[in-house]
Design a protein around this ligand. Sequence first.
Ligand code: NDP
Length: 521
Amino acid sequence: MADDAVDSAVRQRRAGAARGAGTRPARRPAAEPGSGTSSALSSERGWEYAPAPESREIVSIASEYGLFVNGEFEPAKKGRTFPTINPATEEPLAKVALAGQADVDRAVAAARAAYEQVWGPMPGSERAKYLYRIARILQERSREFAVLESIDNGKPIKETRDVDIPLAAAHFFYYAGWADKLEYAGFGPQPRPLGVAGQVIPWNFPLLMAAWKLAPALAAGNTCVLKPAETTPLSALLLAEVCQQAELPPGVVNVLTGAGETGAAVVAHPSVNKVAFTGSTEVGIAIAEAIAGSGKKLTLELGGKAANVVFDDAPVDQAIEGIVNGIFFNQGHVCCAGSRLLVQESVADHVVDRLRQRLATLRLGDPLDKNTDIGAINSRQQLDKITELSSAGEAEGAHRWSPPCELPQKGFWFAPTVFTGVSQSHRIAREEIFGPVLSVLTFRTPEEAVTKANNTPYGLSAGVWTEKGSRILWMAQKMRAGVVWANTYNRFDPASPFGGYRESGFGREGGRHGLAAYLDV
Ligand code: NDP
């Protein structure tokens, strides 16, 4: 069996891969088989990175946050709050208002009034000015946003600094450009906005998902009620402050922090015309059921179990970087993560070997350290899910491996993990783990690669690694995925549409397509 070939190489190399001795205090060795206790860099080359922490000083976190309704921050009507914590340390950061039905009513009413009286009638060229202003303020305050996002989410500062925040600003810039050109977007001479958009977002890219939702909605002339995830409310609240700073008219953007019930109340509100959701397939289905027959326009961006397919003619060095980026970027908390590596059998041993060498150089730890590659898992609940699914992988017979890696004592951490000997029936090959866990499968022919890649209820993304352009095109046609990356992975651009098929949802975000979701077309 192809997968057995991988495993025999894995077994032979395990002893060599798991070396090193612990150096840093207050850390615990990763529990996975094959783990050592310090980074390969320190033990093999005799040097260690000095700490390079980004200062927290630029961020001031209030002890308590209100809801952002009609341009002002105010407590929830019932005075309820919930805590948000730093997942890397479990340190409580702030108490945040928990919006109930009365708050949802008020926010939707504010959005409705702003839509009818100000934002809807406003010429696109004027709306564009506000969007440009928001984009520029995001750039000006990018370091503050990057630090805050890392603290509240647990993701490494180099990702928030280089990916999340610049892309969020880029989305506002991009859609600002569309605001006065909607009649040229291909949706008819005078495309109309829908009205009030109820938008519910997850915790994996808190600011970026807010930007993906707000920017096209506002450009098209809608007003918004945004519900951020419970574990990551702070950057959305800072974005609300940016809206104030940009003098966005009151009620155009409203931010309601709260739990799942808050999100449910937002999407079910009768005065909401459009619902946009990013998150789990389970909640996406519940939302689709809840609003069925209401006439509300719906877009769902749900989970994924993407195949990252490596052919034997692929440039291996680049492919290894693409595999690592595909599954270990953002701790694997990525809906389009390349969580299934399909590698051609003839190069499987070599690729897995090289992958292990590369993983041994990844640095896990303090998200605010500029050299950190892998940050904290966002919540205990998510850590439990990753742990449970990884245990299921072992129980079902796959072979588990992690590089030498120390886990901090406090906070939520999971070592980068690779499973070989995975069969298609294993839960780790079928279910979205949403963590730093890669399942390796093999194939012999392109047809087998396609069959295996498509053997999933999801259809969000895929990757192909080969030097043959004709094979890239053939694979892209055959693989049922909304996005297919060729010789790269996890590339995002505001001008490029993103979205899925089947249980990955429907509708597109980004690009001209992203406007359609917020126009009456
Ligand atoms: P959810 O889908 O539960 O959460 C996404 C957002 O929806 C959050 O703001 C959440 O609020 C809100 N929400 C929860 N229930 C409802 C509801 N009934 N109606 C309206 N909104 C609701 O994701 P989880 O955070 O619970 O993560 C669970 C799993 O989902 C993960 O393990 C991962 O596999 C997957 N996931 C996928 C994502 C993707 O981008 N594809 C993103 C996040 C998770 P609250 O935060 O308060 O619960």
